[in-house]
Design a protein around this ligand. Structure first.
Ligand code: 4AD
Length: 430
């Protein structure tokens, strides 16, 4: 029977013989002893191999092992203060499954090199912790929406029209015709509010943005809820409840993992709802007060977002932007026709925008006239406009960029470490 390394620590198997199956994490020889730290998906444990306790073949295997050789070790669990985790395995058997070749990753390699061998680098402790944490974060998001009675729907990835403006579309040849990789599944989510009420999409979005920053990817995972009969207020409340749900559960169940990723759980404990709000015009004034330089009518860049949030310990809603700088589908503010009922949620301490959302235009004539104002080709969007002809209702929704959310929750420096194979302006390999 195979024992997982995590259970050796958990179930206090001291004195018992176990067999573990893993990979060499660290390896050193000293006279008639080999010390090998073994890892498996659940943890690390040291195995000590003494020449006179194992067969000749096993002693050779123990000496031949490279970092990342795969192996099976059998032995007795002993308490040892000096071993990582306080326990070690005194081996009675040590057998390589595949010795392989010397592992090409050692200390102090450049970021670019590590990206070139990403398929191997993802085995590192840090990347393993991040991938586990990302898994839990996504699970809690799904769990949240399930509890709120949302249905998940599957959108198309190949589309005929953009949702967020033409400049960042990836164009492709579609059997001789032109099509695009989706920028957002919002419009397809809107289709389903009529039959399912509250829905969400969790799918990749693509942006051909020429931005080389720590928070832009060309391919990212996008969570997009859409809700019938939700107004602006309800939309904001859902966004903060969602963040709170994920953070509470990560703190309750995975604080060790948070720490392994470099996030101090105490910092996240300060994230409590309600999140502060600022209207766009006040946010622009605030940026300028804090030493930034910004005109009314411009959108916030990373520097401005950092100024607004660097002292905050919870996210900030900036809402009600000027109509002219926002997407065509956003509903006008009934109190001020120059503004729209939208919001961007900015994560604290300069992590930047994690959500963009809005109440949607649900009136047919209003939508058509806004699209004309923005010089959009109505025929590309006929199906979307059609939705306003048959039993249209008020509704709202938003898009959360998973990688930006993970970057914030885990307090990572760069978005590329939140996703196994980042696609950026300079990288599409491996
Ligand atoms: O603000 P955006 O462009 O909004 C939309 O796409 C809406 N249609 C969403 C909706 O209402 N259903 O993008 C939403 C979020 C951003 O807040 C950000 O978190 C993420 O998507 N995002 C990116 N993440 C990584 N790399 C990029 N290049 C991103 N562009 C947007």
């Amino acid at each position: 029977m195979i024992t997982e390394i995590g259970t050796v620590f958990h179930d206090k198997l001291e004195g018992r013989e176990v067999t573990i199956r893993g990979w060499v994490y660290r390896h050193r020889t000293s006279g008639n002893m080999v010390f090998a730290v073994i890892r498996d998906p659940t943890g690390l444990i040291q195995a000590t191999v003494k020449k006179d306790r194992v067969s000749e073949k096993d002693w050779k295997d123990a000496n031949d092992a490279y970092v990342e050789s795969s192996l099976t070790v059998t032995g007795v669990v002993k308490k040892d203060e000096r071993a990582p985790g306080g326990y070690e395995i005194q081996a009675t058997g040590f057998s390589l499954v595949s010795r392989g070749e010397p592992f090409p990753i050692s200390k102090d390699l450049s970021d670019e090199f590590l990206l070139d061998i990403r398929h191997l680098w993802v085995r590192s402790r840090k990347m393993t912790a991040i991938m586990k944490a990302r898994h839990h974060i996504v699970n809690y998001l799904r769990e949240f929406f399930d509890r709120e009675h949302f249905y998940e729907i599957a959108p198309p990835i190949i589309t005929k029209s953009g949702c967020e403006g033409g400049s960042t579309l990836f164009e492709m040849d579609y059997f001789g015709d032109t099509a695009y990789l989706t920028q957002s599944s919002q419009m397809y989510a809107e289709v389903f509010i009529f039959s399912l009420g509250r829905v969400f999409v969790f799918a990749p979005s693509f942006r051909a943005e020429k931005s080389r920053t720590i928070r832009h990817l060309a391919e990212y995972w996008h969570l997009e809820p859409e809700m019938a009969y939700y107004d602006h207020e309800m939309n904001l409340k859902l966004q903060e409840d969602m963040c709170q749900y994920v953070i509470e559960n990560m703190l309750k169940n995975h604080s060790g993992l948070l720490e392994a990723c470099g996030r101090d759980p105490l910092d996240l404990e300060k994230v409590k709802t309600p999140f502060p709000r600022m209207e766009y015009k006040d946010a622009v004034d605030r940026v300028n007060e804090l030493g930034g330089k910004m005109e009314h009518g411009e959108d916030f860049g990373a520097d401005e977002e950092a100024l607004l949030t660097k002292e905050l310990d919870r996210p900030l809603f900036v809402h009600k932007y000027p109509k002219g700088i926002k997407a065509f589908y956003m509903k006008e503010d009934p109190k001020n026709p120059d503004l729209v009922l939208n919001d961007d949620l900015l994560a604290p301490r300069g992590h930047g925008e994690i959500i963009g959302g809005s109440e949607r235009i649900w009136d047919y004539d209003e939508l058509v006239s806004r699209m004309k104002e923005q010089n959009l080709n109505l025929s590309d969007y006929q199906w979307y406009i059609d939705l306003r002809k048959y039993g249209s209702v008020p509704h709202s929704g938003y898009g959360l960029g998973i990688e930006r959310f993970v970057k914030w929750i885990l307090n990572l420096d760069h978005i590329r470490d939140t996703i196994p194979f980042p696609r950026t302006i300079t990288r599409c390999y491996p």
